[in-house]
Design a protein around this ligand. Structure first.
Ligand SMILES: Nc1ncnc2c1ncn2[C@@H]1O[C@H](COP(=O)(O)OP(=O)(O)OP(=O)(O)O)[C@@H](O)[C@H]1O
Length: 275
């Protein structure tokens, strides 16, 4: 599908968004028609919606509709791309992530990220998890040992690697490497974990373990997951946001998006008729 051009955003996409009428406690809040451009190309258009805390929210939509871009706006990863700009605002827990006094490094610590392809550092299992603490100046072995163990336990990996802490992370399986990356994110005690197609490189068994883990992690973290896999969105998320050409078309409880979509585009997409 072609990308959204500034001049060519389709006019037939309604400006009203199909939502549940319930009030959502805003934790991540896209406000004031949040929009985003790469150069002249507008890829996110007039977004106004809120993600509640300690839930799993899935972003779905056809390739190029802006899901990953929006995910990367939440921790300002897109600042690293030249010639980008935004309008509107994103607030986390009531505070703008674009406030002048905000330190982007601390934002990224509060908002962890897990990518499509696991990306452990070329270090030992232990050092991958301890990395964030070491960077912030923590070198006390007892503290590091404790955080490494707790983070690996919370990522459901401890039992598999407790005897392999000094092995290189690349010696782990793909699914283990992805859980290691989740443990590395958890070690920073983030409030939010962003996951960009975290299972797309994994087999069904490894995928099942990550999905189970996501379900368990929402007790402590607010999770936003981009996925192309409709069954996965249906299995893991509490709410689903469907995007089309940079616009939010429908945002509701996941069950309603899949069982009773209000917008014909959502219906067509979730039933596999386009995308
Ligand atoms: N670094 C970049 N520089 C310029 N344009 C980009 C960049 N990253 C993404 N885009 C463009 O922004 C639009 C949205 O891309 P994005 O990756 O956010 O979509 P997506 O919905 O996540 O797609 P997919 O499901 O294929 O990953 C696309 O037109 C893409 O080409």
């Amino acid at each position: 599908m072609s990308s959204t051009k500034e001049q060519s955003v389709e006019n037939d996409i309604p400006n009203s968004v199909a939502t549940n009428e319930e009030a959502i406690e805003p934790f991540i809040d896209f406000q004031n028609d949040f929009s985003f451009w790469y150069g002249k190309e507008q890829v996110l258009v007039d977004l106004n919606f809120s993600i509640p805390p300690k839930e799993v929210t899935a972003f779905i939509g056809p390739s190029g509709c802006g899901k990953s871009t929006l995910l990367r706006c939440i921790n300002r990863m897109n600042d690293l791309v030249d010639q980008t700009r935004h309008s509107g605002d994103i607030k986390i827990n009531g505070k703008s992530i674009y406030a002048p006094e905000l330190e982007v490094i601390s934002l990224r610590r509060r908002v962890g990220m897990v990518f499509q392809k696991s990306n452990p550092f070329p270090k030992t299992v232990y050092e991958n998890v301890a990395y964030g603490l070491r960077v912030s100046g923590e070198n006390r072995k007892s503290i590091l040992d404790d955080v490494v163990e707790q983070s690996l336990r919370r990522a459901a990996l401890w039992d598999e690697v407790r005897d392999r802490l000094n092995d290189n992370a690349f010696s782990l399986s793909g699914g283990q490497q992805q859980r290691l990356c989740i443990a590395r994110a958890i070690a920073n005690e983030p409030e939010i974990i962003l996951m960009d197609e975290p299972c797309s490189a994994l087999d069904p068994i490894a995928t099942g373990k990550i999905e189970e883990l996501i379900h368990y992690l929402k007790r402590d973290f607010t999770i936003v997951v981009v996925t192309h896999n409709m069954q996965q969105a249906a299995r893991v998320s509490d709410r689903t946001a469907f995007f089309y050409m940079g616009k939010l078309v429908e945002y509701r409880q996941t069950e309603q998006i899949f069982m009773n979509p209000k917008d014909p585009k959502t219906e067509a997409y979730v039933s596999g008729r386009f995308g």
